[in-house]
Design a protein. Structure first.
Length: 414
């Protein structure tokens, strides 16, 4: 392309993509819109979807793949930090979360089947448009001041249960879609999935976490801890992928397991955040747009149809169950309908393993992007954004770091 080798082109492409993605996010931020949707739209415009200035190269694909893993790890470790595990694991909360996912998933999948005429593609569409994401919700609750209220905590617990339900179902679907589906085969896949998740939890909680704590005491630099975390994201991702368990989902569960370790050390949490949201996240989201096929009228119309379906159907479950948890119906309905992040990552995984074609991917991703923009705007009508002052950002980190100092940390300075 352009008479230049792919390896050399990748350098300028990655630099340009990173710059354009962050500038677009800053622009959307000023208009109080979900920032990373700007990166997706920019990717569509400069990629094969419209102008065709930049194409997907193997080197760029590598960074996008890494971006999925690091984005989900950061989502698990940083965005789930406020979740009360005991509250989440209450039977009532688990059942409500599962039902709030199953209802929109089933309705959307059923209707979308008449668009794609493919059961598996319809189910993937139902998963990624019917699920919710904790990351964007965290930002939404913080902006509206609901993050410190009972309503906000309850909505967050529901969304975490919805998100995990969707991830587990997608993992199961990605394992069985190429196989002849029988009851025995389904039971075997379900057992393998359960064992895989259990092994990740046990290894992360009792081996990796203990190793990191020992290294944190003995190492002289936080960079050592960051390097170890990154290495295990990659290594465990490979092991999971090798045995049929997607590497991005491994990263998500690993992040959830290590969330207390990371958030008890604000400087480490800040470094994880910087690496992920300053480099991998913008490349990932702008990369989503590069996978688009040439944008056509039919693609836009079908994307809008799925968007409208999601917008009408998703809040229904939240509105129904708001009666059981004592939250305003519309607040709970829209709060549990927030898209962005994990759903997009799952759709890219579906594309990478050929569950969906690039044309189907383009339609579904367009719908997800519109949902990601629309739901927070509707939520903010009833729950307006509270202006905030970010000037104390650095001091907040310093205060948190001093708050979490241990005796061994103080001894190191003597």
């Amino acid at each position: 392309m352009y008479g230049i080798s792919d390896s050399l082109l990748a350098l300028i492409f990655i630099g340009a993509l990173l710059f354009l993605a962050k500038m677009g996010e800053e622009l959307f931020e000023r208009f109080k819109l979900v920032p990373y949707v700007a990166a997706v739209f920019i990717g569509i415009v400069i990629g094969p979807g419209v102008l065709g200035l930049i194409k997907i190269l193997p080197n760029i694909t590598l960074f996008i793949s890494l971006g999925i893993n690091f984005l989900l790890f950061a989502g698990g470790s940083l965005e789930f930090k406020d979740i009360n595990t005991k509250e989440l694991l209450k039977v009532k909360n688990i059942i409500i979360g599962i039902l709030e996912f199953i209802i929109p998933f089933s309705l959307i999948s059923f209707i979308v089947y008449y668009i794609f005429h493919n059961i598996i593609v319809s189910m993937v569409t139902g998963i990624v448009t019917g699920m919710s994401s904790a990351g964007p919700l965290t930002r939404l609750l913080s902006d509206t001041g609901l993050n410190r209220t009972q309503d906000g905590n309850s909505i967050f617990r529901q969304v975490v249960a919805i998100e995990i339900s969707a991830v587990v179902l997608f993992s199961f679907l990605s394992d069985v879609y190429r196989e002849k589906i029988t009851l025995i085969h389904i039971l075997i896949i379900a057992a393998e999935l359960f064992v895989s998740i259990l092994l990740i939890i046990l290894f992360g909680k009792y081996i990796l976490k203990g190793f990191l704590e020992k290294m944190d005491i003995s190492s002289k630099a936080h960079e050592t801890i960051i390097a170890i975390i990154i290495s295990f994201i990659l290594i465990l991702g490979f092991v999971g992928q090798y045995y049929g368990f997607n590497s991005a989902i491994v990263a998500l569960f690993l992040g959830i397991i290590l969330r207390d370790f990371i958030n008890d050390r604000p400087l480490i949490a800040e470094k994880v955040s910087t690496v992920t949201y300053g480099f991998f996240e913008p490349l990932f989201f702008i990369g989503l747009g590069l996978y688009f096929v040439k944008v056509s009228l039919s693609l836009i119309i079908l994307g809008i149809i799925i968007f409208v379906l999601g917008l009408l159907i998703k809040p229904i479950a939240g509105i129904i169950f708001s009666r059981f948890i004592g939250i305003k119906a519309l607040r709970n309905g829209l709060g549990t309908s927030v898209n962005g992040g994990v759903d997009a990552a799952l759709l890219v995984v579906a594309l990478s393993i050929s569950i969906v074609t690039r044309y189907q991917y383009s339609i579904i991703m367009f719908a997800i992007s519109l949902l990601t923009l629309a739901v927070p705007l509707l939520f903010n009508i009833e729950n307006p954004v509270i202006p905030s002052n970010n000037s104390r950002y650095v001091w907040n980190i310093v205060e948190q770091q001093f708050k979490n100092l241990k005796a061994c940390d103080i001894a190191k300075t003597l």
